[in-house]
Design a binder for this molecule. Structure first.
Ligand code: CA
Length: 237
């Protein structure tokens, strides 16, 4: 499933010390890295050689990280390449905007190198999963889900699910490790294109937790990401 060739990562970050820190640690982990100080230069190179992942800072000279993200998503050749945004600590708006523009994940500055490498690995693992477009069954920890038969199991015990609960769990589990916003879940599962009815999502998450978690009040599978939404844990429980 994994490509044996080195994965190529493009980083757009104008702070030299962060560039060097990221580059060093990614190379140590077997990745190939190109650093750019601005988006314009990066796009010139990306036109000739596509990367496997983008890491984008937000505050940059020239176009900012959001603009770069938007242009990547508009580019037919690049739009499927995963994007990780580097956001300022506690800046919820930055995170939400990044995810809405199609970034796959974000890391708040200052970040630990370990956390950063872990996020990069998650992005690649998710990409590998989505290439397996004929997935029929996915297991995470003690939970497994059979997409064809629409059945969910915990420790090989079948769990009753309503239609919406199944769809919600499916979306979360396919995107495991990735934060899904309430608005996005609402739109994908309930088809609402207006903002504000996100309580519906919370209620269904509560039902789902009661069904799949050992303790619905201390969830280990479905994590709450404060102010944004939910994430299915990527930890191998
Ligand atoms: Ca910067």
């Amino acid at each position: 499933m994994y490509d044996m060739a080195k994965k190529l990562i493009y980083i757009v970050e104008d702070e030299k010390h962060i560039q060097e820190l990221i580059r060093f640690n990614l190379e140590e982990n077997g990745y190939e890295v190109e650093c750019f100080e601005d988006g314009e230069t990066m796009f010139e190179v990306a036109e000739r050689k596509k990367p496997d992942l983008f890491v984008l800072d937000i505050m940059l000279p020239g176009m900012d990280g959001f603009e770069i993200c938007r242009r990547i998503k508009e580019n037919y050749e690049l739009k499927k390449t995963p994007i990780i945004m580097l956001t300022a600590k506690n800046d919820e708006l930055d995170r939400v905007l990044g995810l809405e523009l199609g970034a796959d994940d974000y890391i708040s500055k200052p970040f630990s190198v370990r956390e950063f490498i872990a996020r990069v690995k998650v992005a690649f693992r998710r990409q590998a999963d989505s290439f397996e477009n004929d997935i029929k069954r996915v297991s995470v920890g003690r939970i497994s889900i059979d997409f064809e038969r629409r059945e969910v199991y915990k420790d090989s015990q079948i769990i009753d699910m309503t239609f919406k609960e199944f769809e919600l769990l499916k979306l979360l589990i396919i995107n495991r490790g990735k934060v899904l916003s309430r608005d996005m879940l609402l739109q994908k599962i309930w088809g609402f294109d207006f903002i504000g009815e996100t309580r519906t999502v919370d209620v269904h998450i509560r039902y789902l937790r009661q069904k799949i978690e050992d303790d619905g009040n201390n969830p280990v599978y479905i994590e709450t990401v404060r102010g944004i939404g939910y994430r299915f844990s990527d930890k191998e429980a």
